[in-house]
Design a protein around this ligand. Structure first.
Ligand SMILES: CC(C)(COP(=O)(O)OP(=O)(O)OC[C@H]1O[C@@H](n2cnc3c(N)ncnc32)[C@H](O)[C@@H]1OP(=O)(O)O)[C@@H](O)C(=O)NCCC(=O)NCCS
Length: 407
């Protein structure tokens, strides 16, 4: 059996071949030239790795160059891992492992302290040092039972906007939320245009076009939503699902007002989304949250590629001093003891307080999980009494991490 070689793509045509692997599993054709042109507006070609067997590209793995918010609000360089796939003809021969090797070495060489991704299956990335770093909430709020609690009244007015208007109105609202939400990445003007606001038919997944609405309060934008309608008719009348792609507001009133609009659209049976952080206010706004059938799935996965830089890049709730002994079989340059003191991490020979795998440190890094939760799941060793308590007091964050977009 031949082995695959890993190298960067060198042309848009090769990019299309490499992405054809993941696209295969979505049941779609090899991406078009037009797709590649749009993709390359926000992606460096050399960051697309191809798995090559002889003269055929049989797999691919890409990475966006993100700036991602970490606890405390700083924007840190981060690899946004994307379009990972291996053709079914070449599965389980180590192609993914070789691509992960090349990609993490490259991320390390670029000085990006961490990488993030959404996983298609939870079993894939842990072996490469990624840890589940947030949980996402899916809801289907029935139109017939969508009341808010008594006393919650919408503010402002909602109007449709064109993509051009949205490109001016939405980014400041997004940036306001982003600056205080670990896990959200900076969007350039071309990202907004070619990705967030673009609406290529191949990713409508059976729904109608994207609709863009802005909430205005006292004449100025305070929130926005992007949604589609999956229109359907049953025996008793319309049964449309409103699929919320993104809904953000600059204040609690703006968030509840944008959601009020989305929940009330006529002809709908339900309003659905699968991309909310579990601490999203919607659950506390609804009078009957159970009727929305909230479900929890994995959200972001984080891989600390440079443990020292990643830990030093965020802020902490306390100035405690702690020694973490990090295990990292896949990226051994992270292995060993790190002292966290005054918000900075440095190598130390001191005795460790906590021993844990780098994937588990990834789980707590943005604040999505706690050391106590890891301990209860048998995922760390506490060598000093009280160290887990101290670590949680130190790593505590205001809110849970969230990235509202699958990239
Ligand atoms: C997931 C995928 C990329 C794996 O590629 P691959 O080349 O078959 O993986 P490898 O042969 O390098 O496997 C590396 C290891 O991961 C394991 N593994 C790979 N895919 C796995 C999966 N889906 N579930 C569980 N384990 C998996 C392998 O068993 C192997 O384990 P080992 O190190 O103990 O031997 C490929 O199956 C695929 O394209 N799947 C569909 C698309 C997809 O899910 N892409 C990921 C998007 S986030």
């Amino acid at each position: 059996m031949s082995t695959v070689e890993i190298r960067s793509c060198t042309s848009a045509d090769e990019l299309r071949d490499a992405v054809a692997a993941i696209v295969h599993y979505f049941g779609r054709e090899r991406p078009t030239e037009e797709w590649a042109e749009r993709w390359l507006r926000n992606f460096e070609l050399e960051r697309m790795l191809a798995a090559v067997d002889g003269d055929r590209i049989v797999g691919g793995a890409g990475a966006f160059s993100f700036q991602t918010t970490v606890p405390g609000g700083a924007s840190v360089p981060c690899a946004g891992v994307t379009v990972v796939g291996v053709q079914p003809t070449h599965r389980r021969r180590g192609a993914l492992r070789s691509m992960m090797r090349a990609q993490l070495d490259d991320v390390h060489a670029r000085g990006e302290p961490f990488a993030m991704l959404f996983a298609s299956e939870e079993t894939i990335y842990g072996r490469f040092g990624y840890g589940m770093a947030s949980l996402y909430l899916s809801v289907d709020v029935p139109k017939a039972m969508n009341d808010f609690r008594v006393g919650v009244e919408p503010v402002g007015t909602v109007r449709f906007v064109t993509p051009e208007e949205a490109a001016a109105i939405f980014p400041p609202i997004y940036d306001g939320v982003r600056s205080e939400t670990p896990g959200m990445f900076e969007r350039s003007a071309s990202w907004w245009e070619a990705r967030t606001l673009a609406d290529p038919p191949e990713v409508r997944f059976g729904g109608g076009p994207k609709h863009l609405v802005a909430l205005e309060v006292d004449g100025r934008p305070a929130g926005y939503a992007i949604y589609r309608l999956n229109t359907d008719f049953g025996d008793l009348g319309p049964e449309t699902t409103v699929r919320v792609i993104e809904a953000l507001g600059e204040s609690p009133e703006a968030i509840s007002s944008v959601w009020r609009f989305l929940l009330d659209i006529d002809w709908s049976k339900q309003t659905s989304t699968f991309m909310l952080p579990v601490d999203h206010p919607l659950i506390l706004l609804l009078a009957r949250p159970n009727q929305a059938r909230p479900r929890v799935t994995d959200g972001l996965w984080i891989r600390l590629v440079d443990v020292g830089a990643a830990l030093s890049g965020r802020t902490y709730a306390g100035d405690a001093s702690l020694v973490l002994d990090v295990r990292d079989a896949f990226c051994p340059w992270n292995e060993g003891r790190w002292r966290l003191r005054d918000g900075k991490a440095a190598r130390t020979n001191d005795e460790a307080d906590i021993v844990l795998d780098v994937s588990d440190l990834g789980s707590v890094y943005l604040g999505g999980f706690t050391f106590r939760e890891l301990q209860r799941a048998g995922r760390l060793d506490e060598l000093t009494d009280g160290a887990v308590y101290l670590a949680d007091a130190t790593f505590r964050t205001e809110g849970l991490p969230w990235c509202p977009e699958i990239f």
